[in-house]
Design a protein around this ligand. Structure first.
Ligand code: PBG
Length: 331
Protein backbone atom coordinates (compact mmCIF):
# COMPACT_ATOMS: atom_id res chain seq x y z
CA UNK A 1 0.00 0.00 0.00
CA UNK A 2 1.21 3.46 -0.79
CA UNK A 3 1.34 5.82 2.19
CA UNK A 4 -1.40 8.42 2.14
CA UNK A 5 0.12 11.74 1.11
CA UNK A 6 -1.51 14.54 3.04
CA UNK A 7 -1.11 17.96 1.39
CA UNK A 8 -0.20 19.40 4.82
CA UNK A 9 0.94 18.00 8.19
CA UNK A 10 -2.17 16.49 9.77
CA UNK A 11 -1.38 17.94 13.17
CA UNK A 12 0.46 21.22 13.40
CA UNK A 13 1.43 21.19 17.07
CA UNK A 14 3.51 24.29 16.47
CA UNK A 15 0.32 26.34 16.06
CA UNK A 16 -0.11 26.34 19.83
CA UNK A 17 3.45 27.62 20.30
CA UNK A 18 3.37 30.51 17.86
CA UNK A 19 3.09 33.55 20.13
CA UNK A 20 3.33 34.53 23.78
CA UNK A 21 -0.47 34.98 23.88
CA UNK A 22 -1.27 31.52 22.49
CA UNK A 23 1.42 29.93 24.65
CA UNK A 24 -0.06 31.58 27.73
CA UNK A 25 -3.51 30.23 26.84
CA UNK A 26 -2.38 26.63 26.50
CA UNK A 27 0.10 26.59 29.40
CA UNK A 28 -0.75 23.64 31.64
CA UNK A 29 1.18 24.64 34.75
CA UNK A 30 1.56 28.01 36.39
CA UNK A 31 4.03 29.34 38.93
CA UNK A 32 3.16 32.18 41.26
CA UNK A 33 4.74 33.73 44.35
CA UNK A 34 2.04 31.88 46.32
CA UNK A 35 3.71 28.57 45.48
CA UNK A 36 6.96 29.47 47.22
CA UNK A 37 8.42 28.93 50.67
CA UNK A 38 11.63 30.85 51.37
CA UNK A 39 14.19 29.09 53.63
CA UNK A 40 16.17 31.52 55.83
CA UNK A 41 19.26 30.96 57.97
CA UNK A 42 19.18 32.61 61.39
CA UNK A 43 22.23 33.51 63.45
CA UNK A 44 23.03 35.39 66.66
CA UNK A 45 23.61 39.11 66.91
CA UNK A 46 21.98 42.23 65.61
CA UNK A 47 22.16 43.88 62.23
CA UNK A 48 24.15 40.92 60.92
CA UNK A 49 23.96 39.64 57.36
CA UNK A 50 26.70 37.15 56.62
CA UNK A 51 27.14 35.48 53.22
CA UNK A 52 27.14 31.69 53.02
CA UNK A 53 30.25 30.90 50.93
CA UNK A 54 28.84 27.90 49.05
CA UNK A 55 25.50 29.60 48.35
CA UNK A 56 26.12 32.90 46.48
CA UNK A 57 23.39 35.41 47.33
CA UNK A 58 22.23 33.54 50.46
CA UNK A 59 22.79 35.09 53.89
CA UNK A 60 22.80 34.11 57.53
CA UNK A 61 20.72 36.81 59.19
CA UNK A 62 20.34 37.94 62.78
CA UNK A 63 16.76 37.90 64.10
CA UNK A 64 16.10 41.58 63.27
CA UNK A 65 17.21 40.96 59.68
CA UNK A 66 15.07 37.84 59.46
CA UNK A 67 12.11 40.05 60.35
CA UNK A 68 13.12 42.36 57.49
CA UNK A 69 13.28 39.38 55.14
CA UNK A 70 9.83 38.27 56.30
CA UNK A 71 8.49 41.76 55.47
CA UNK A 72 10.10 41.54 52.04
CA UNK A 73 8.57 38.08 51.50
CA UNK A 74 5.11 39.32 52.44
CA UNK A 75 5.46 42.28 50.07
CA UNK A 76 6.42 39.90 47.27
CA UNK A 77 3.39 37.66 47.90
CA UNK A 78 5.44 34.75 49.30
CA UNK A 79 3.16 33.08 51.86
CA UNK A 80 5.72 31.34 54.06
CA UNK A 81 9.30 31.40 55.29
CA UNK A 82 11.17 28.47 56.79
CA UNK A 83 13.73 29.06 59.57
CA UNK A 84 17.01 27.20 60.06
CA UNK A 85 19.28 28.15 62.95
CA UNK A 86 23.04 28.42 62.58
CA UNK A 87 24.45 27.14 65.84
CA UNK A 88 28.03 27.35 66.98
CA UNK A 89 29.95 24.64 68.80
CA UNK A 90 28.90 25.69 72.33
CA UNK A 91 25.22 25.03 71.62
CA UNK A 92 25.97 21.55 70.27
CA UNK A 93 25.79 18.96 73.02
CA UNK A 94 25.20 15.23 73.26
CA UNK A 95 21.80 15.80 74.97
CA UNK A 96 20.77 18.38 72.31
CA UNK A 97 18.93 20.35 75.02
CA UNK A 98 19.06 23.59 73.06
CA UNK A 99 16.54 22.03 70.65
CA UNK A 100 13.66 22.49 73.13
CA UNK A 101 14.91 25.68 74.78
CA UNK A 102 11.90 28.05 74.46
CA UNK A 103 14.38 30.87 73.84
CA UNK A 104 16.62 29.23 71.31
CA UNK A 105 17.45 31.13 68.13
CA UNK A 106 14.71 29.52 66.06
CA UNK A 107 12.00 30.21 68.65
CA UNK A 108 13.14 33.80 69.19
CA UNK A 109 13.05 34.39 65.45
CA UNK A 110 9.58 32.84 65.21
CA UNK A 111 8.20 35.14 67.92
CA UNK A 112 9.81 38.20 66.37
CA UNK A 113 8.46 37.44 62.90
CA UNK A 114 4.95 36.57 64.10
CA UNK A 115 4.83 39.81 66.13
CA UNK A 116 6.02 42.01 63.26
CA UNK A 117 4.57 40.26 60.18
CA UNK A 118 1.60 38.24 61.46
CA UNK A 119 0.33 37.48 57.95
CA UNK A 120 3.31 35.38 56.94
CA UNK A 121 3.35 31.68 57.81
CA UNK A 122 6.42 30.54 59.72
CA UNK A 123 7.72 27.03 59.23
CA UNK A 124 10.46 25.45 61.34
CA UNK A 125 12.57 22.34 61.15
CA UNK A 126 12.31 19.48 63.61
CA UNK A 127 15.54 17.45 63.82
CA UNK A 128 18.42 17.42 66.27
CA UNK A 129 21.27 18.17 63.86
CA UNK A 130 21.64 21.91 64.63
CA UNK A 131 22.06 21.09 68.33
CA UNK A 132 23.98 17.83 68.23
CA UNK A 133 27.73 17.45 68.72
CA UNK A 134 27.61 14.63 66.14
CA UNK A 135 25.73 16.56 63.43
CA UNK A 136 23.17 13.76 63.22
CA UNK A 137 19.40 14.27 63.23
CA UNK A 138 19.02 11.85 66.16
CA UNK A 139 20.83 10.71 69.29
CA UNK A 140 23.81 8.46 68.68
CA UNK A 141 24.31 5.51 71.04
CA UNK A 142 27.22 3.15 70.36
CA UNK A 143 27.37 4.34 66.78
CA UNK A 144 23.65 3.79 66.16
CA UNK A 145 21.17 6.62 65.54
CA UNK A 146 18.51 5.51 68.02
CA UNK A 147 14.91 5.97 66.89
CA UNK A 148 12.54 6.04 69.84
CA UNK A 149 14.70 8.10 72.21
CA UNK A 150 15.11 10.59 69.37
CA UNK A 151 11.35 10.78 68.76
CA UNK A 152 10.80 11.71 72.42
CA UNK A 153 13.24 14.61 72.02
CA UNK A 154 11.70 15.70 68.70
CA UNK A 155 8.31 15.92 70.42
CA UNK A 156 9.79 18.35 72.99
CA UNK A 157 11.39 20.37 70.20
CA UNK A 158 8.12 20.53 68.24
CA UNK A 159 6.11 21.60 71.30
CA UNK A 160 8.55 24.44 71.99
CA UNK A 161 8.17 25.58 68.37
CA UNK A 162 4.37 25.45 68.62
CA UNK A 163 4.52 27.50 71.82
CA UNK A 164 6.62 30.08 69.98
CA UNK A 165 3.83 30.39 67.42
CA UNK A 166 4.89 28.53 64.28
CA UNK A 167 2.25 27.79 61.65
CA UNK A 168 3.95 24.77 60.08
CA UNK A 169 6.26 22.25 61.71
CA UNK A 170 8.55 20.40 59.31
CA UNK A 171 10.03 17.21 60.77
CA UNK A 172 13.10 16.56 58.62
CA UNK A 173 14.68 13.84 60.75
CA UNK A 174 13.30 10.68 59.07
CA UNK A 175 12.80 8.79 62.36
CA UNK A 176 9.95 6.27 62.36
CA UNK A 177 6.79 7.28 64.18
CA UNK A 178 7.63 10.92 64.74
CA UNK A 179 4.64 12.34 62.89
CA UNK A 180 2.16 10.40 65.04
CA UNK A 181 4.02 11.25 68.23
CA UNK A 182 4.24 14.98 67.41
CA UNK A 183 0.61 15.12 66.29
CA UNK A 184 -0.60 13.47 69.51
CA UNK A 185 1.49 15.84 71.64
CA UNK A 186 0.26 18.92 69.75
CA UNK A 187 -3.38 17.86 70.19
CA UNK A 188 -2.86 17.16 73.89
CA UNK A 189 -1.30 20.61 74.35
CA UNK A 190 -4.15 22.37 72.53
CA UNK A 191 -2.16 23.20 69.39
CA UNK A 192 -4.84 21.90 67.04
CA UNK A 193 -4.11 24.26 64.16
CA UNK A 194 -0.40 23.71 63.76
CA UNK A 195 0.24 22.08 60.39
CA UNK A 196 2.71 19.25 59.97
CA UNK A 197 4.64 19.21 56.72
CA UNK A 198 6.47 15.92 56.82
CA UNK A 199 9.80 15.57 55.09
CA UNK A 200 8.33 12.21 54.13
CA UNK A 201 10.56 11.13 51.25
CA UNK A 202 13.94 12.54 52.17
CA UNK A 203 16.92 10.99 50.47
CA UNK A 204 20.48 10.63 51.75
CA UNK A 205 21.85 13.20 49.33
CA UNK A 206 25.09 14.88 48.40
CA UNK A 207 23.02 17.91 47.44
CA UNK A 208 22.70 18.98 51.12
CA UNK A 209 26.40 19.91 51.29
CA UNK A 210 26.08 23.71 51.13
CA UNK A 211 23.24 23.65 53.69
CA UNK A 212 25.47 21.90 56.19
CA UNK A 213 27.97 24.75 55.68
CA UNK A 214 25.21 27.29 56.15
CA UNK A 215 24.01 25.88 59.50
CA UNK A 216 27.50 25.01 60.77
CA UNK A 217 26.89 21.25 60.73
CA UNK A 218 29.43 20.29 58.09
CA UNK A 219 32.35 20.14 60.51
CA UNK A 220 30.35 18.29 63.15
CA UNK A 221 28.89 15.50 61.02
CA UNK A 222 30.57 12.15 61.43
CA UNK A 223 29.71 9.51 58.89
CA UNK A 224 26.59 9.76 56.76
CA UNK A 225 22.81 9.69 57.21
CA UNK A 226 22.11 6.54 55.21
CA UNK A 227 20.57 4.58 58.09
CA UNK A 228 17.66 7.01 58.29
CA UNK A 229 17.49 9.00 55.05
CA UNK A 230 16.40 7.09 51.93
CA UNK A 231 18.49 5.33 49.31
CA UNK A 232 18.37 7.30 46.01
CA UNK A 233 17.79 3.97 44.25
CA UNK A 234 14.30 3.60 45.76
CA UNK A 235 10.90 4.81 44.67
CA UNK A 236 8.22 2.48 46.14
CA UNK A 237 9.66 3.11 49.59
CA UNK A 238 8.89 6.81 49.18
CA UNK A 239 5.21 5.96 48.73
CA UNK A 240 5.26 3.85 51.88
CA UNK A 241 6.85 6.74 53.81
CA UNK A 242 4.23 9.17 52.54
CA UNK A 243 1.33 6.76 53.25
CA UNK A 244 2.59 6.21 56.77
CA UNK A 245 3.10 9.93 57.51
CA UNK A 246 -0.33 10.89 56.15
CA UNK A 247 -1.95 8.18 58.26
CA UNK A 248 -0.12 9.52 61.32
CA UNK A 249 -1.45 13.04 60.84
CA UNK A 250 0.74 14.90 58.35
CA UNK A 251 -1.17 17.68 56.54
CA UNK A 252 1.37 18.10 53.76
CA UNK A 253 4.23 16.00 52.52
CA UNK A 254 7.58 16.85 51.01
CA UNK A 255 9.98 15.23 48.58
CA UNK A 256 13.62 16.19 49.01
CA UNK A 257 15.88 16.94 47.13
CA UNK A 258 13.81 18.28 44.27
CA UNK A 259 15.05 18.20 40.72
CA UNK A 260 16.68 14.73 40.72
CA UNK A 261 13.44 13.36 42.27
CA UNK A 262 10.66 14.75 40.06
CA UNK A 263 9.50 11.18 39.36
CA UNK A 264 8.88 10.78 43.09
CA UNK A 265 6.91 14.05 43.21
CA UNK A 266 4.67 12.82 40.42
CA UNK A 267 4.09 9.39 42.00
CA UNK A 268 3.31 10.94 45.39
CA UNK A 269 0.84 13.42 43.91
CA UNK A 270 -0.89 10.82 41.73
CA UNK A 271 -1.11 8.23 44.50
CA UNK A 272 -2.31 10.39 47.40
CA UNK A 273 -3.50 13.73 46.04
CA UNK A 274 -2.29 15.30 49.27
CA UNK A 275 -0.64 18.74 49.33
CA UNK A 276 2.80 17.90 47.94
CA UNK A 277 5.93 20.01 48.18
CA UNK A 278 9.45 19.69 46.86
CA UNK A 279 12.56 21.13 48.46
CA UNK A 280 14.92 22.54 45.87
CA UNK A 281 17.88 22.07 48.19
CA UNK A 282 21.09 23.98 48.74
CA UNK A 283 23.16 21.95 46.28
CA UNK A 284 20.63 22.45 43.51
CA UNK A 285 20.72 26.20 44.17
CA UNK A 286 24.53 26.18 44.29
CA UNK A 287 24.81 24.32 40.97
CA UNK A 288 22.61 26.79 39.11
CA UNK A 289 24.32 29.80 40.70
CA UNK A 290 27.82 28.47 40.02
CA UNK A 291 27.10 27.77 36.37
CA UNK A 292 25.44 31.16 36.00
CA UNK A 293 28.36 32.97 37.65
CA UNK A 294 30.76 31.19 35.31
CA UNK A 295 28.69 32.44 32.40
CA UNK A 296 27.82 28.89 31.37
CA UNK A 297 24.04 29.13 31.68
CA UNK A 298 21.46 31.89 31.89
CA UNK A 299 20.83 31.78 35.65
CA UNK A 300 17.47 33.52 35.58
CA UNK A 301 16.02 31.27 32.92
CA UNK A 302 17.44 28.14 34.55
CA UNK A 303 15.87 29.22 37.86
CA UNK A 304 12.41 29.74 36.36
CA UNK A 305 12.60 26.54 34.32
CA UNK A 306 13.58 24.53 37.39
CA UNK A 307 10.65 25.97 39.37
CA UNK A 308 7.97 25.38 36.74
CA UNK A 309 9.24 21.79 36.43
CA UNK A 310 8.14 21.19 40.03
CA UNK A 311 4.64 22.43 39.23
CA UNK A 312 4.50 20.25 36.12
CA UNK A 313 5.57 17.25 38.24
CA UNK A 314 2.52 17.77 40.46
CA UNK A 315 3.92 19.81 43.34
CA UNK A 316 1.66 22.36 44.99
CA UNK A 317 4.60 24.35 46.27
CA UNK A 318 8.37 24.56 46.41
CA UNK A 319 10.86 25.42 49.12
CA UNK A 320 13.55 27.34 47.30
CA UNK A 321 16.40 29.72 48.04
CA UNK A 322 15.38 31.39 44.78
CA UNK A 323 11.99 32.36 46.27
CA UNK A 324 12.52 36.15 46.46
CA UNK A 325 14.27 36.38 43.07
CA UNK A 326 11.59 34.28 41.41
CA UNK A 327 8.78 36.22 43.09
CA UNK A 328 10.32 39.51 41.91
CA UNK A 329 10.38 38.23 38.33
CA UNK A 330 6.81 36.93 38.61
CA UNK A 331 5.63 40.15 40.29
C1 PBG B 1 18.43 18.79 58.62
C2 PBG B 1 18.09 19.34 57.29
C3 PBG B 1 18.89 19.26 56.15
C4 PBG B 1 18.26 20.03 55.18
C5 PBG B 1 17.07 20.52 55.73
N1 PBG B 1 16.97 20.08 57.04
C6 PBG B 1 20.22 18.64 55.94
C7 PBG B 1 20.43 17.23 56.24
O1 PBG B 1 19.52 16.41 56.31
O2 PBG B 1 21.61 16.90 56.44
C8 PBG B 1 18.81 20.28 53.81
C9 PBG B 1 18.35 21.51 53.11
C10 PBG B 1 19.21 21.93 51.97
O3 PBG B 1 20.19 21.26 51.57
O4 PBG B 1 18.91 23.01 51.41
N2 PBG B 1 17.65 17.84 59.18
Amino acid sequence: MRPIQAPFPATRLRRARQSPAIRALVAQSALGPGDLIWPLFVRDGEGVEEPVPSMPGVLRRSVDRVVEAAREAAALGIPAICLFPYTDAQNRTSDCAEAWNPDNLSNRATRAVKAAVPGIAVMTDVALDPYSDTGHDGFVVDGEIVNDETVAALVKQALAQAEAGVDIIGPSDMMDGRIGAIRAALEAAGHRNVCLMSYAAKYASAFYGPFRDAVGAAGALRGDKKTYQMDPANSDEALRCVARDLSEGADMVMVKPGMPYLDICRRVKDTFGAPTFAYQVSGEYAMIMAAAQAGWIDGERAMMESLIAFKRAGCDGILSYFAPDAARLLG
